[in-house]
Design a protein. Structure first.
Length: 348
């Protein structure tokens, strides 16, 4: 099984959550937020983990990276990929699906209490926080934990999103509290050394609690607990309409066979066309060029359709996307030249 971790370069340690996923048998792959062109797709991913970040989703400086990650999570949701979003990851999920993300009047850094009536054993208690933003839960998701500052966790569509940091280990907190993190904590009136000592005591308690154990992770990502994904739901809608069409057609044919008069005769069973008596059999040979032209049209018309979505995203793909599409068009032209040289385009 594959787990895709999305985080910033140099700060993509999945910590305790990663340990739990490893216990479940997951192998890890990573997408660094700074380099979306190098990202691995979610096509063959079994679970996705969105880690925290120093960024804010509303910063103009990283607007392209945010847009790329929004596309990534929407694709994951459509495919029904279980997703665990933490801190910035939760804010990005809210931003992607119509919620709001803004600067909080009360930054939360350190250990803060979280309450939950939905899952008190799983979510209630003190959790490590390190954020300056607050979000609103988008429509279609369910808030499962809060505190005085705002929503702290929400679920839905095979997603678990937390504002706090369940992945934080003592090593992670120590790394955040040193270097640039030390003056940041001091500005907030927090002693970095005291925070690390407090974390050394509380992290093992969180690690051994029922919080994010393999069992709880497995149940959180269960399809039965989160409903059918949007991707599968769209196909289910098509299937229902197809079934309704078949049943309706069958019903109409049956009703017509019951109510119509049936008086067969020799003349009625003759093939009729413009009042002229038929001569010969109904089967005849057609020129093969009709089929060849039809196949060429389908091939080049369908391939040309791929150019339209590429054109709408050309700015994001940049030079690489331009070169790639150039190669694509050249391959199509080579096919057209080959058909011309073989005389396929000659009608007579």
């Amino acid at each position: 099984m594959r787990a895709l971790i999305v985080g910033n370069r140099g700060d993509a340690d999945p910590g305790l959550v990663g340990s739990r996923l490893a216990e479940l048998g997951f192998a890890f792959e990573r997408n660094e937020r700074e380099y979306p062109r190098e990202w691995k797709p979610v096509a063959n991913v079994d679970v996705m983990l969105l880690l925290g970040s120093e960024w804010s989703v509303y910063w103009e400086a990283n607007a392209k990276e945010v847009a790329a990650e929004v596309d990534l999570v929407r694709t994951a949701m459509q495919r029904g990929v279980p997703t665990f979003a933490i801190c910035y990851g939760a804010q990005l999920i809210a931003h992607a699906f119509g919620g709001t993300v803004s600067r909080s009047t009360t930054p939360e850094v350190g250990w803060h209490k979280v309450s939950s009536t939905a899952h008190p054993d799983l979510l209630a208690g003190e959790w490590l926080q390190w954020h300056y933003d607050v979000f609103t839960v988008p429509q279609g998701f369910t808030t499962v934990a809060t505190n005085d500052v705002g929503p702290q966790a929400f679920t839905g569509r095979r997603l678990v999103a937390t504002q706090f940091h369940p992945e934080a280990t003592s090593d992670i907190i120590t790394r955040w509290s040193t270097g640039a993190g030390s003056p940041e904590l001091q500005r907030l009136g927090i002693d970095p050394k005291h925070l690390c000592e407090m974390s050394t005591e509380r992290v093992p308690q969180r690690d051994s609690s029922t919080g994010f154990s393999p069992k709880s992770l497995r149940s959180s990502f269960s399809p039965m607990s989160s409903g059918v994904s949007d991707f599968l739901r769209s196909y289910l809608t098509v299937a229902w309409f197809g079934l309704a069409a078949v049943l309706l057609a069958g019903l109409l044919l049956w009703v017509s066979s019951v109510v119509r008069p049936s008086r067969p005769g020799v003349e009625k069973l003759l093939t009729y066309e413009s009042g002229v008596d038929p001569v010969g059999e109904g089967w005849s040979q057609s020129q093969v060029r009709y089929y060849i032209f039809a196949l060429l049209f389908v091939v080049f018309d369908v391939e040309a359709v791929f150019i339209f979505p590429w054109a709408t995203q050309l700015e994001r793909y940049g030079t690489f996307g331009l070169v790639e599409m150039g190669i694509f068009v050249v391959v199509l032209l080579l096919g057209l030249v080959y058909a011309w040289r073989k005389g396929v385009l000659r009608w007579v």
